[in-house]
Design a protein around this ligand. Structure first.
Ligand SMILES: O=C(O)C1=C[C@@H](OP(=O)(O)O)[C@@H](O)[C@H](O)C1
Ligand SMILES: C=C(OP(=O)(O)O)C(=O)O
Length: 406
Protein backbone atom coordinates (compact mmCIF):
# COMPACT_ATOMS: atom_id res chain seq x y z
CA UNK A 1 0.00 0.00 0.00
CA UNK A 2 1.28 3.51 -0.77
CA UNK A 3 2.44 5.57 2.20
CA UNK A 4 1.96 9.32 2.57
CA UNK A 5 5.24 10.72 3.90
CA UNK A 6 6.34 14.11 5.10
CA UNK A 7 9.90 15.39 4.91
CA UNK A 8 9.75 19.15 5.55
CA UNK A 9 11.00 21.28 2.67
CA UNK A 10 10.50 24.96 2.07
CA UNK A 11 8.08 26.83 4.32
CA UNK A 12 7.05 29.53 1.88
CA UNK A 13 4.79 27.85 -0.64
CA UNK A 14 3.06 29.14 -3.74
CA UNK A 15 0.55 26.98 -5.54
CA UNK A 16 -1.77 27.54 -8.47
CA UNK A 17 -5.12 25.96 -7.68
CA UNK A 18 -7.02 24.06 -10.38
CA UNK A 19 -9.93 25.67 -12.20
CA UNK A 20 -13.26 25.20 -10.46
CA UNK A 21 -14.87 21.87 -11.28
CA UNK A 22 -18.36 23.24 -10.68
CA UNK A 23 -17.78 26.26 -12.92
CA UNK A 24 -16.13 24.13 -15.63
CA UNK A 25 -18.96 21.62 -15.84
CA UNK A 26 -21.58 24.36 -15.97
CA UNK A 27 -19.71 26.08 -18.81
CA UNK A 28 -19.58 22.86 -20.82
CA UNK A 29 -23.34 22.37 -20.55
CA UNK A 30 -23.94 26.03 -21.37
CA UNK A 31 -21.84 25.74 -24.54
CA UNK A 32 -23.67 22.53 -25.53
CA UNK A 33 -27.11 24.07 -24.97
CA UNK A 34 -26.00 27.28 -26.71
CA UNK A 35 -24.54 25.19 -29.52
CA UNK A 36 -21.19 26.94 -29.56
CA UNK A 37 -17.64 25.69 -29.27
CA UNK A 38 -16.21 26.07 -25.78
CA UNK A 39 -13.59 28.80 -25.63
CA UNK A 40 -12.80 28.61 -21.94
CA UNK A 41 -9.49 29.34 -20.26
CA UNK A 42 -8.30 27.38 -17.25
CA UNK A 43 -11.02 24.75 -17.54
CA UNK A 44 -10.32 22.13 -14.87
CA UNK A 45 -8.36 19.11 -16.14
CA UNK A 46 -10.02 16.84 -13.58
CA UNK A 47 -11.79 13.56 -14.37
CA UNK A 48 -15.28 14.96 -13.78
CA UNK A 49 -14.76 17.72 -16.32
CA UNK A 50 -13.02 15.43 -18.81
CA UNK A 51 -15.92 13.02 -18.66
CA UNK A 52 -18.42 15.81 -19.28
CA UNK A 53 -16.37 17.17 -22.20
CA UNK A 54 -15.89 13.73 -23.76
CA UNK A 55 -19.57 12.83 -23.54
CA UNK A 56 -20.69 16.14 -25.01
CA UNK A 57 -18.24 15.66 -27.90
CA UNK A 58 -18.69 11.94 -28.49
CA UNK A 59 -20.20 10.09 -31.44
CA UNK A 60 -21.90 7.37 -29.46
CA UNK A 61 -25.18 7.33 -27.61
CA UNK A 62 -24.04 5.25 -24.61
CA UNK A 63 -22.34 7.30 -21.95
CA UNK A 64 -20.35 6.49 -18.83
CA UNK A 65 -20.15 9.38 -16.36
CA UNK A 66 -17.76 7.41 -14.11
CA UNK A 67 -18.04 8.92 -10.63
CA UNK A 68 -19.36 12.36 -11.45
CA UNK A 69 -22.61 13.43 -9.80
CA UNK A 70 -22.72 16.72 -11.71
CA UNK A 71 -22.19 14.94 -15.04
CA UNK A 72 -24.94 12.42 -14.19
CA UNK A 73 -27.51 15.04 -13.21
CA UNK A 74 -26.64 17.71 -15.81
CA UNK A 75 -26.43 15.22 -18.70
CA UNK A 76 -29.68 13.49 -17.73
CA UNK A 77 -31.49 16.81 -18.12
CA UNK A 78 -29.57 17.71 -21.27
CA UNK A 79 -30.11 14.44 -23.19
CA UNK A 80 -33.78 14.31 -22.16
CA UNK A 81 -34.16 17.32 -24.46
CA UNK A 82 -32.01 16.17 -27.40
CA UNK A 83 -33.80 14.08 -30.00
CA UNK A 84 -32.31 10.58 -30.09
CA UNK A 85 -31.97 7.50 -27.93
CA UNK A 86 -29.41 7.73 -25.13
CA UNK A 87 -28.09 5.61 -22.32
CA UNK A 88 -26.35 7.02 -19.25
CA UNK A 89 -24.47 4.83 -16.80
CA UNK A 90 -21.48 5.16 -14.51
CA UNK A 91 -19.44 3.65 -11.71
CA UNK A 92 -20.90 1.28 -9.11
CA UNK A 93 -21.03 4.24 -6.72
CA UNK A 94 -22.83 6.54 -9.16
CA UNK A 95 -25.48 3.82 -9.50
CA UNK A 96 -26.22 4.38 -5.81
CA UNK A 97 -26.53 8.16 -6.03
CA UNK A 98 -30.12 9.35 -6.54
CA UNK A 99 -31.68 10.95 -9.62
CA UNK A 100 -35.37 10.16 -9.07
CA UNK A 101 -36.62 13.65 -8.21
CA UNK A 102 -34.91 15.09 -11.28
CA UNK A 103 -36.19 12.34 -13.58
CA UNK A 104 -39.74 12.76 -12.21
CA UNK A 105 -39.75 16.42 -13.23
CA UNK A 106 -38.26 15.67 -16.65
CA UNK A 107 -40.99 13.07 -17.21
CA UNK A 108 -43.59 15.63 -16.26
CA UNK A 109 -42.08 18.00 -18.84
CA UNK A 110 -42.56 15.40 -21.58
CA UNK A 111 -39.28 13.44 -21.46
CA UNK A 112 -39.14 9.67 -21.94
CA UNK A 113 -36.79 8.09 -19.41
CA UNK A 114 -36.67 4.55 -18.03
CA UNK A 115 -34.51 2.92 -15.40
CA UNK A 116 -32.45 -0.02 -16.71
CA UNK A 117 -31.96 -1.67 -13.29
CA UNK A 118 -33.17 0.00 -10.16
CA UNK A 119 -35.90 2.66 -10.07
CA UNK A 120 -34.51 6.05 -9.11
CA UNK A 121 -30.91 5.31 -10.12
CA UNK A 122 -28.65 5.09 -13.17
CA UNK A 123 -28.29 3.43 -15.59
CA UNK A 124 -31.11 5.10 -17.47
CA UNK A 125 -32.31 5.05 -21.05
CA UNK A 126 -33.68 8.28 -22.50
CA UNK A 127 -35.58 9.01 -25.65
CA UNK A 128 -34.87 12.69 -26.08
CA UNK A 129 -37.59 15.00 -27.22
CA UNK A 130 -38.31 18.72 -27.44
CA UNK A 131 -39.57 19.44 -23.94
CA UNK A 132 -42.16 22.05 -23.04
CA UNK A 133 -41.00 23.05 -19.60
CA UNK A 134 -43.31 25.42 -17.74
CA UNK A 135 -44.22 25.29 -14.08
CA UNK A 136 -42.80 22.42 -12.00
CA UNK A 137 -42.06 21.55 -8.39
CA UNK A 138 -38.71 20.02 -7.57
CA UNK A 139 -37.62 18.40 -4.33
CA UNK A 140 -33.97 19.33 -3.82
CA UNK A 141 -33.47 17.73 -0.38
CA UNK A 142 -31.07 15.17 -1.82
CA UNK A 143 -29.14 17.35 -4.23
CA UNK A 144 -29.09 20.94 -5.45
CA UNK A 145 -27.68 19.54 -8.70
CA UNK A 146 -31.24 18.67 -9.77
CA UNK A 147 -32.14 22.37 -9.81
CA UNK A 148 -28.89 23.38 -11.51
CA UNK A 149 -29.49 20.73 -14.18
CA UNK A 150 -32.96 22.03 -15.03
CA UNK A 151 -31.91 25.67 -14.93
CA UNK A 152 -28.91 25.10 -17.20
CA UNK A 153 -31.05 23.49 -19.89
CA UNK A 154 -33.97 25.91 -19.45
CA UNK A 155 -33.19 27.77 -22.73
CA UNK A 156 -34.07 24.47 -24.48
CA UNK A 157 -37.61 24.52 -23.03
CA UNK A 158 -40.38 25.92 -25.23
CA UNK A 159 -42.28 27.51 -22.36
CA UNK A 160 -39.25 28.42 -20.29
CA UNK A 161 -39.11 27.23 -16.70
CA UNK A 162 -40.80 28.14 -13.47
CA UNK A 163 -39.14 26.10 -10.78
CA UNK A 164 -40.67 25.84 -7.32
CA UNK A 165 -38.06 24.44 -4.95
CA UNK A 166 -39.32 22.07 -2.29
CA UNK A 167 -37.68 20.19 0.56
CA UNK A 168 -34.64 21.02 2.65
CA UNK A 169 -32.41 23.68 1.19
CA UNK A 170 -28.86 22.38 1.11
CA UNK A 171 -25.96 23.32 -1.18
CA UNK A 172 -27.89 26.43 -2.20
CA UNK A 173 -24.81 28.45 -3.26
CA UNK A 174 -24.40 25.97 -6.12
CA UNK A 175 -27.76 27.13 -7.49
CA UNK A 176 -26.63 30.76 -7.18
CA UNK A 177 -23.46 29.83 -9.07
CA UNK A 178 -25.59 28.29 -11.83
CA UNK A 179 -27.74 31.43 -12.13
CA UNK A 180 -24.68 33.68 -12.13
CA UNK A 181 -23.05 31.76 -14.99
CA UNK A 182 -26.29 31.59 -16.98
CA UNK A 183 -26.56 35.34 -16.65
CA UNK A 184 -22.93 35.83 -17.80
CA UNK A 185 -23.98 34.00 -20.99
CA UNK A 186 -27.08 36.12 -21.48
CA UNK A 187 -29.85 34.04 -19.91
CA UNK A 188 -31.61 35.84 -17.07
CA UNK A 189 -33.63 34.27 -14.29
CA UNK A 190 -35.89 35.88 -11.74
CA UNK A 191 -35.69 34.49 -8.24
CA UNK A 192 -38.25 35.11 -5.55
CA UNK A 193 -38.04 33.07 -2.37
CA UNK A 194 -38.46 29.43 -3.43
CA UNK A 195 -39.31 30.20 -7.06
CA UNK A 196 -36.92 30.64 -9.92
CA UNK A 197 -38.32 31.64 -13.31
CA UNK A 198 -36.51 31.61 -16.64
CA UNK A 199 -38.61 33.28 -19.33
CA UNK A 200 -38.90 31.50 -22.71
CA UNK A 201 -37.09 32.56 -25.88
CA UNK A 202 -33.75 33.24 -24.30
CA UNK A 203 -30.55 31.68 -25.57
CA UNK A 204 -26.95 31.55 -24.43
CA UNK A 205 -24.71 34.05 -26.15
CA UNK A 206 -21.29 32.59 -27.09
CA UNK A 207 -18.46 34.14 -25.16
CA UNK A 208 -14.98 33.24 -24.00
CA UNK A 209 -14.54 32.80 -20.27
CA UNK A 210 -11.71 32.34 -17.78
CA UNK A 211 -12.47 29.82 -15.06
CA UNK A 212 -11.56 30.96 -11.54
CA UNK A 213 -9.80 28.59 -9.15
CA UNK A 214 -11.62 26.01 -7.10
CA UNK A 215 -12.45 27.08 -3.53
CA UNK A 216 -13.27 23.46 -2.59
CA UNK A 217 -9.72 22.44 -3.55
CA UNK A 218 -8.38 25.30 -1.41
CA UNK A 219 -9.74 23.59 1.72
CA UNK A 220 -6.90 21.05 1.87
CA UNK A 221 -4.35 23.87 1.89
CA UNK A 222 -6.25 25.52 4.73
CA UNK A 223 -6.05 22.19 6.56
CA UNK A 224 -2.32 21.95 5.91
CA UNK A 225 -1.74 25.53 7.09
CA UNK A 226 -3.86 24.98 10.22
CA UNK A 227 -1.71 22.01 11.24
CA UNK A 228 1.60 23.68 10.29
CA UNK A 229 1.97 27.27 11.51
CA UNK A 230 5.57 27.26 10.22
CA UNK A 231 4.15 27.40 6.69
CA UNK A 232 3.12 30.47 4.80
CA UNK A 233 1.00 29.38 1.83
CA UNK A 234 0.04 31.50 -1.15
CA UNK A 235 -2.94 30.22 -3.16
CA UNK A 236 -3.19 31.57 -6.69
CA UNK A 237 -6.24 31.95 -8.89
CA UNK A 238 -9.06 32.38 -6.37
CA UNK A 239 -11.74 35.00 -6.90
CA UNK A 240 -12.46 36.99 -3.76
CA UNK A 241 -15.98 37.78 -4.99
CA UNK A 242 -16.67 34.26 -6.16
CA UNK A 243 -20.16 32.79 -6.17
CA UNK A 244 -18.67 29.45 -5.13
CA UNK A 245 -20.18 28.72 -1.73
CA UNK A 246 -16.98 27.03 -0.60
CA UNK A 247 -15.25 30.39 -0.31
CA UNK A 248 -16.80 30.12 3.20
CA UNK A 249 -13.73 27.97 3.90
CA UNK A 250 -11.94 31.19 4.96
CA UNK A 251 -14.51 31.96 7.69
CA UNK A 252 -14.76 28.36 8.86
CA UNK A 253 -10.98 28.04 9.20
CA UNK A 254 -10.74 31.29 11.14
CA UNK A 255 -12.09 29.21 14.01
CA UNK A 256 -9.32 26.69 13.38
CA UNK A 257 -6.61 29.33 13.69
CA UNK A 258 -6.13 30.40 10.09
CA UNK A 259 -5.61 33.96 9.06
CA UNK A 260 -6.35 34.33 5.35
CA UNK A 261 -5.50 37.57 3.56
CA UNK A 262 -6.02 38.51 -0.06
CA UNK A 263 -3.06 40.10 -1.82
CA UNK A 264 -2.98 41.37 -5.39
CA UNK A 265 -3.19 37.97 -7.06
CA UNK A 266 -3.15 35.48 -4.24
CA UNK A 267 -4.62 34.45 -0.89
CA UNK A 268 -2.07 33.98 1.90
CA UNK A 269 -2.77 31.43 4.62
CA UNK A 270 -1.07 31.56 7.96
CA UNK A 271 -1.80 29.19 10.83
CA UNK A 272 -1.58 30.11 14.51
CA UNK A 273 1.17 28.59 16.69
CA UNK A 274 -1.19 27.77 19.56
CA UNK A 275 -4.65 27.61 18.02
CA UNK A 276 -6.18 26.41 21.32
CA UNK A 277 -8.90 23.81 21.54
CA UNK A 278 -12.02 25.96 21.70
CA UNK A 279 -14.90 23.73 20.52
CA UNK A 280 -15.89 24.20 16.91
CA UNK A 281 -19.57 24.42 15.97
CA UNK A 282 -20.17 24.69 12.27
CA UNK A 283 -23.09 24.12 9.93
CA UNK A 284 -21.90 22.50 6.73
CA UNK A 285 -25.26 22.17 4.98
CA UNK A 286 -24.59 24.84 2.37
CA UNK A 287 -20.96 23.80 1.80
CA UNK A 288 -20.93 20.01 2.18
CA UNK A 289 -17.65 19.45 0.32
CA UNK A 290 -15.81 21.19 3.19
CA UNK A 291 -16.63 18.37 5.59
CA UNK A 292 -13.60 16.05 5.32
CA UNK A 293 -11.04 18.88 5.58
CA UNK A 294 -12.84 20.65 8.44
CA UNK A 295 -13.54 17.51 10.50
CA UNK A 296 -10.00 16.18 10.15
CA UNK A 297 -8.40 19.55 10.93
CA UNK A 298 -10.44 19.87 14.12
CA UNK A 299 -9.63 16.28 15.08
CA UNK A 300 -5.92 16.73 14.39
CA UNK A 301 -5.97 19.81 16.65
CA UNK A 302 -7.71 17.74 19.34
CA UNK A 303 -10.54 20.20 19.26
CA UNK A 304 -14.03 19.07 20.29
CA UNK A 305 -16.45 19.72 17.44
CA UNK A 306 -20.03 19.53 16.31
CA UNK A 307 -20.69 19.71 12.61
CA UNK A 308 -24.35 19.99 11.60
CA UNK A 309 -26.04 19.68 8.21
CA UNK A 310 -24.29 16.41 7.44
CA UNK A 311 -27.18 14.17 6.29
CA UNK A 312 -26.43 14.26 2.55
CA UNK A 313 -22.79 13.32 3.05
CA UNK A 314 -24.02 9.74 3.00
CA UNK A 315 -24.74 10.03 -0.74
CA UNK A 316 -21.54 11.59 -2.03
CA UNK A 317 -18.66 9.74 -3.74
CA UNK A 318 -18.45 7.67 -0.56
CA UNK A 319 -20.51 7.62 2.59
CA UNK A 320 -18.39 10.56 3.70
CA UNK A 321 -19.39 10.40 7.35
CA UNK A 322 -18.29 6.78 7.64
CA UNK A 323 -15.17 7.46 5.60
CA UNK A 324 -14.13 10.30 7.94
CA UNK A 325 -15.17 8.31 11.02
CA UNK A 326 -12.76 5.55 9.98
CA UNK A 327 -9.85 8.03 10.04
CA UNK A 328 -10.94 9.61 13.31
CA UNK A 329 -11.26 6.15 14.87
CA UNK A 330 -7.77 5.29 13.60
CA UNK A 331 -6.55 8.32 15.59
CA UNK A 332 -8.04 6.67 18.69
CA UNK A 333 -11.00 9.06 18.83
CA UNK A 334 -14.73 8.38 18.90
CA UNK A 335 -17.16 10.31 16.70
CA UNK A 336 -20.87 10.30 17.50
CA UNK A 337 -23.08 10.26 14.43
CA UNK A 338 -26.59 11.71 14.50
CA UNK A 339 -29.13 12.08 11.70
CA UNK A 340 -27.86 15.47 10.61
CA UNK A 341 -24.80 16.07 12.77
CA UNK A 342 -21.57 14.57 14.00
CA UNK A 343 -19.78 15.27 17.27
CA UNK A 344 -16.41 14.58 18.77
CA UNK A 345 -16.26 15.37 22.47
CA UNK A 346 -12.90 14.24 23.73
CA UNK A 347 -9.44 13.11 22.80
CA UNK A 348 -8.48 10.69 25.56
CA UNK A 349 -5.33 9.23 23.96
CA UNK A 350 -2.13 10.32 22.27
CA UNK A 351 -2.35 9.82 18.48
CA UNK A 352 -0.71 6.67 17.14
CA UNK A 353 2.47 6.88 15.05
CA UNK A 354 0.94 4.91 12.22
CA UNK A 355 -2.56 4.75 10.68
CA UNK A 356 -4.25 3.14 7.68
CA UNK A 357 -6.70 5.11 5.57
CA UNK A 358 -9.19 3.77 3.08
CA UNK A 359 -9.96 6.48 0.54
CA UNK A 360 -13.24 4.68 -0.22
CA UNK A 361 -12.85 5.78 -3.83
CA UNK A 362 -13.36 9.36 -2.67
CA UNK A 363 -11.01 12.15 -3.76
CA UNK A 364 -11.88 14.41 -0.82
CA UNK A 365 -11.11 11.68 1.72
CA UNK A 366 -7.67 11.05 0.17
CA UNK A 367 -6.92 14.78 0.00
CA UNK A 368 -8.06 15.46 3.57
CA UNK A 369 -5.84 12.60 4.78
CA UNK A 370 -2.69 14.07 3.21
CA UNK A 371 -2.04 16.96 5.67
CA UNK A 372 -2.32 14.49 8.57
CA UNK A 373 1.04 13.14 7.44
CA UNK A 374 2.60 16.24 9.01
CA UNK A 375 1.51 15.05 12.47
CA UNK A 376 1.34 11.24 12.06
CA UNK A 377 4.56 9.48 11.09
CA UNK A 378 3.17 6.93 8.72
CA UNK A 379 -0.14 6.97 6.84
CA UNK A 380 -0.93 4.08 4.57
CA UNK A 381 -3.52 4.89 1.94
CA UNK A 382 -5.11 2.37 -0.40
CA UNK A 383 -5.89 4.53 -3.41
CA UNK A 384 -4.23 7.96 -3.62
CA UNK A 385 -4.97 8.30 -7.36
CA UNK A 386 -8.64 9.08 -6.67
CA UNK A 387 -7.70 12.75 -6.22
CA UNK A 388 -7.89 13.14 -10.01
CA UNK A 389 -11.69 13.30 -9.77
CA UNK A 390 -11.38 16.98 -8.90
CA UNK A 391 -7.66 17.81 -8.44
CA UNK A 392 -5.21 15.81 -10.61
CA UNK A 393 -2.31 18.09 -9.65
CA UNK A 394 -2.83 17.49 -5.92
CA UNK A 395 0.10 15.19 -5.04
CA UNK A 396 2.51 17.07 -7.25
CA UNK A 397 1.62 20.35 -5.54
CA UNK A 398 1.83 18.77 -2.07
CA UNK A 399 5.43 17.82 -2.85
CA UNK A 400 6.35 21.50 -2.59
CA UNK A 401 5.77 21.23 1.17
CA UNK A 402 7.47 17.85 1.40
CA UNK A 403 4.39 15.63 1.40
CA UNK A 404 4.86 12.74 -1.02
CA UNK A 405 3.78 9.19 -1.78
CA UNK A 406 6.24 6.39 -1.17
O1 LIG B 1 -23.53 21.66 -8.41
C1 LIG B 1 -22.37 21.34 -8.12
O2 LIG B 1 -21.39 21.62 -8.84
C2 LIG B 1 -22.15 20.59 -6.86
C3 LIG B 1 -23.12 20.55 -5.88
C4 LIG B 1 -22.95 19.86 -4.58
O3 LIG B 1 -23.72 18.67 -4.59
P1 LIG B 1 -25.18 18.53 -3.91
O4 LIG B 1 -26.05 19.59 -4.45
O5 LIG B 1 -25.60 17.17 -4.32
O6 LIG B 1 -24.97 18.69 -2.42
C5 LIG B 1 -21.48 19.51 -4.31
O7 LIG B 1 -21.40 18.60 -3.24
C6 LIG B 1 -20.80 18.94 -5.54
O8 LIG B 1 -19.45 18.67 -5.28
C7 LIG B 1 -20.84 19.91 -6.69
C1 LIG C 1 -19.84 15.59 -4.34
C2 LIG C 1 -18.93 15.89 -5.26
O1 LIG C 1 -19.08 15.83 -6.61
P1 LIG C 1 -20.26 15.23 -7.50
O2 LIG C 1 -21.53 15.29 -6.70
O3 LIG C 1 -20.30 16.11 -8.70
O4 LIG C 1 -19.87 13.83 -7.83
C3 LIG C 1 -17.59 16.39 -4.85
O5 LIG C 1 -16.80 16.77 -5.72
O6 LIG C 1 -17.27 16.39 -3.63
Amino acid sequence: MPIIKFEPKQTKIKTILPGSKSVSNRLLIISAVGNFLPDFKNLSRCDDVKVMFDILHSNTNRFDVHDSGTALRFLTAYFAGIVGKWNISGSERIKQRPIKELVDVLLQMGAEISYDNKAGYAPITLTGTKMQGGEVELDISKSSQYASALLLISPMLEKGLKLRLKGQKRSMPYIDLTLELMSKFGVQAIQHENEIAVMPNQSYVPSSFAVEADWSAAAFWFELAALNPQLSIKLLGLDKNSKQGDKAVAQIFQNLGIEANFGTNHLTLQGTKSPGAKPLNVDIRQTPDMFPAVALTAAAQKRPFTITGTANLAIKESHRIKAVEQIINALGVKMEIGEDEVTVQEYPNAFPGKIKVKAEGDHRIAMAAAPLSTIINQIEIDDPKVVSKSYPEFWEEMQKVGIFLA
